[in-house]
Design a protein around this ligand. Structure first.
Ligand SMILES: [Fe+2]
Length: 300
């Protein structure tokens, strides 16, 4: 691993280091890497874009340190990789969420609260799995973070699948789960879905064992957006989904990201589940991030 710093201790500028567009360092053996030496507000070429996507596929979570992107710049950066995806969830005012939207613990008057608009973020999920065409990646840019805590956890669903005993792999090989925005609301003790949201996002089904479209590796594609298993009795299917999720999210398959102000974290929703942590005083401290979501492809 090359050093990420020059002799002056400063991160190398983009393009330095024998033609490498940035420096990259693993944050854990399981997944996640930090990237330094690149300012995402500046234009970059397609070689750099492809290197970023390769890093995402290899490490599943990549964290660009010390960024200061405006919402427009975050939009432009995200759009280098594909189509941005909107969100069914409405704002406090009832309007549609913009493509670059805010994730925070603030109430409609801008005050910190431990009862945010939705609880779903605190439960293991993969973003937009209740879409027919779910998300490829999510990008969160830390604008305000609490003095400690407010972390995000990621569980490696390749590892969760690969560790299963063969009889379980055989049992779930051809099963499909129904993913539902409406059921996700009740799974996560959130407010119920509105009729408008239900019309916009009817339930969809996806294979429980998904193949990553780039790596070709199999993984578990489940989480709290699931309702039941199509091929099994309702209760039996739900119990199996929770059993699999508990297994896949055991601590040794989890990476916890401790946010720093300026982090821009991009993760691969095709092979991870994630959740926000309530590990700070939400009534006292502000936590605010800007979010964009990149549209993916139909799971198979
Ligand atoms: Fe999420």
């Amino acid at each position: 691993m090359e050093s990420a710093a020059t002799t002056t201790g400063q991160a190398r500028p983009a393009r330095a280091g024998r033609g490498k567009p940035f420096e990259i360092r693993k944050l854990s053996e399981l997944m996640a890497a930090e990237i330094t030496g690149i300012d995402l507000a500046q234009p970059f070429d397609d070689v750099t874009r492809d290197a970023i996507m390769d890093a995402l596929v290899a490490h599943h979570v990549i964290c660009f340190r010390d960024q200061a992107l405006t919402k427009e710049q975050q939009y432009d950066f995200t759009a280098r990789f594909g189509e941005l995806e909107g969100h069914v969830v409405r704002t406090w005012e009832g309007g549609k969420s913009p493509l670059v939207h805010t994730v925070s613990n603030l109430d409609k008057d801008g005050r910190p609260t431990d009862s945010p608009y939705t609880q779903g973020n605190f439960f293991w999920h993969t973003d937009k799995s209740y879409h027919e065409v779910p998300s490829l990646a999510t990008l969160l840019h830390a604008i305000e973070i609490p003095p400690s805590g407010g972390s995000t956890q990621f569980a490696n669903m390749y590892a969760g699948y690969e560790a299963l005993p063969q009889h379980m792999k055989d049992r779930i090989a051809n099963l499909h789960a129904e993913h539902s925005w409406e059921v996700s609301r009740t799974n996560t003790f959130s407010r119920t879905a509105t009729e408008e949201e239900k019309r916009e996002r009817p339930p969809v089904t996806h294979p429980i064992v998904r193949t990553h479209p780039v790596t070709g590796r199999k993984l578990l594609y489940i989480g709290h957006h699931t309702s039941h298993i199509v091929e099994l009795p309702y209760g039996e299917g739900r119990a199996l989904l929770y059993q699999l999720l508990d297994y896949a999210t055991q601590p040794h398959r989890v990476y916890t990201h401790q946010w720093r102000k300026g982090d821009l974290v991009m993760w691969d929703n095709r092979c991870l589940v994630h959740r926000g942590m309530r590990d700070f005083d939400m009534t006292k401290h502000r936590r605010l991030l800007h979010r964009t979501v990149l549209k993916g492809s139909v799971p198979y």
